[in-house]
Write a protein that binds this ligand. Structure first.
Ligand code: PLP
Length: 465
């Protein structure tokens, strides 16, 4: 009996551990790098002498993660040599020549910043550039916001809209409705921007649920389902609401529908966390696109609003966002901000300046502000035109199904209703790249590729059921 014969537990075999036997001592690269003799002793030699096994790398057991779908799609698109290829996947604006667009107002302000010798590269405050924060919140809440007048708002400059969501989520997990409430349900729309799940999960929330949003049969909002989910949600649940231009469906509640949503949320003590990533993209008008957030504020809600300036300023890689906090009074907001400062300190310590300077300079000058609004309108109008052109081509071809949703949906995206198999066909046979959900970025359409895309969709719909 092994145990009696050998009181020591048997040594685990290298094979059983799924590890390789230790190879002969190798050069110690740290020493080699400086020209010293290779070491033959040390930890590895000791482990070998004891007959133990070592993994070939401490990272040997790390599983390969799935790539982020929308970025993978863009990489596949880049590698595709077919001249007909079209990228309808990526969530970024493109000109009619399929090129990224630096907004003219951004170029102008960038030059102004570059010439300003008074600027330097000192750290910003942890919560960000004050003039950026106040102007960004003003855009979200409106010039005549009662919350601004009553000084019961605060804000945090963040790394894009994603950063604003993360800071807000971290704060809520730690401090909302009692401390450490990881189990508080967080509701995201079905479907939603897929990162909502990841961000709230990473912040420590363990109960992330979906609420009804998209009615696939009628290709529109499932208001009844949404309201029912709110009625059934535990009090104090957190609801992530897309402020406008819902991603991915392009379908927003009407003002009357928002009023119903607000009324249930108020009665059921549900917390609104707005995600505003497309202000200006829905209607071309900043104020109209902020209607829902402003209505909730006017109804006396305490709420968060995460803003992204990636799309409406075209500042994707500058990572510029803002989290607005609206509270019942200024004192509450100050304490909330003091905790958010602690959260930012361990996330990115303090934010980058360039994007925030561009936005702050633009928003605080009437002349630049006007120019920016025109630039936003240019983008929104091109999207509207592409919607109308795609719909009319699909209808003219007699493409089976109804296509009115293409023009009824708003913002950058359209939820086409194409099935995963039809999407596969479009990618593999037509070199048209889009998400498996059938979401397309309208900005990927141009006057040059519209005919090809419409004919390909016709083919996919008629050939693949
Ligand atoms: C709904 C939604 N929220 C937030 C974001 C994040 O924006 P950012 O790139 O500024 O982090 C996006 C970006 O695609 C989005 O679609």
């Amino acid at each position: 009996m092994a145990d009696r014969d050998n009181p020591l537990p048997p040594k685990p075999s290298a094979q059983r551990l799924g590890r390789e036997k230790l190879p002969p001592p190798v050069k110690d690269f740290r020493i080699d790098a400086f020209g010293a003799q290779p070491r033959t002793g040390g930890f590895r030699a000791l482990v070998a002498a004891l007959g133990l096994a070592m993994p070939s790398s401490i990272f040997a057991d790390v599983p390969q993660a799935q790539p982020v779908l929308v970025f993978k799609l863009t990489a596949d698109f880049r590698e595709d040599p077919d001249p007909r290829k079209v990228n309808l996947g990526v969530g970024a604006y493109r000109t009619d020549d399929c090129q990224p667009w630096v907004l003219p107002v951004v170029r102008k302000v960038e030059h102004q910043i570059a010439r300003n010798d008074a600027l330097n590269h000192e750290y910003l405050p942890i919560l960000g550039l004050p003039e950026f924060r106040s102007n960004a919140s003003r855009i979200a809440l409106g010039d005549d916001s009662p919350a601004i007048k009553e000084k019961r708002i605060g804000s945090v400059q963040s790394l894009g809209g994603t950063g604003a969501l993360r800071v807000g989520a971290e704060f809520l997990r730690k401090w909302y409705n009692g401390t450490n409430n990881a189990a508080t349900p967080v509701y995201v729309s079905s479907p939603t921007w897929e990162n909502h799940n990841g961000v709230f999960g990473a912040a420590g929330f363990t109960d992330i649920r979906t609420y009804h949003y998209w009615d696939a049969a009628k290709r529109g909002l499932d208001l009844q389902g949404l309201l029912q989910d709110m009625e059934n949600a535990p009090e104090f649940s957190i609801f992530v609401l897309h402020a406008c231009a819902h991603n991915p469906t392009g379908t927003d509640p009407t003002p009357e529908q928002w009023e119903k949503i607000a009324s249930v949320m108020k009665r059921r003590f549900l917390f609104p966390f707005f995600d505003s990533a497309y202000q200006g993209f829905a209607s071309g008008d900043l104020d109209r696109d902020a209607w829902a957030v402003r209505y909730f504020v006017s109804e006396g809600f305490e709420l968060f609003c995460a803003q992204s300036f990636s799309k409406n300023f075209g500042l994707y890689n500058e990572r510029v966002g803002n989290l607005t906090v609206v509270g019942k009074d200024g004192d509450n907001v100050l304490r909330v901000l003091s905790q958010m400062e602690k959260i930012v300190r361990v996330l990115w310590s303090n934010p980058p300046a360039q994007g925030a300077r561009i936005v702050a300079t633009t928003l605080s000058s009437p002349e630049h502000f006007t120019m920016w609004k025109e630039n936003v309108k240019t983008m929104a109008d091109r999207i509207l035109l592409m919607r109308a052109e795609l719909r009319s081509r699909l209808e003219a071809l007699g493409t089976p199904g109804t296509w009115n949703h293409i023009t009824e949906q708003i913002g950058m995206f359209s939820f086409t209703g194409l099935t995963a198999k039809q999407v596969e066909y479009l990618i593999n046979e037509k070199h048209i790249y889009l998400l498996p959900s059938g979401r397309i970025n309208m900005c990927g359409l141009t006057t040059k590729n519209l005919d090809y895309v419409a004919a390909s969709i016709y083919e996919a719909v008629t050939k693949i059921q």
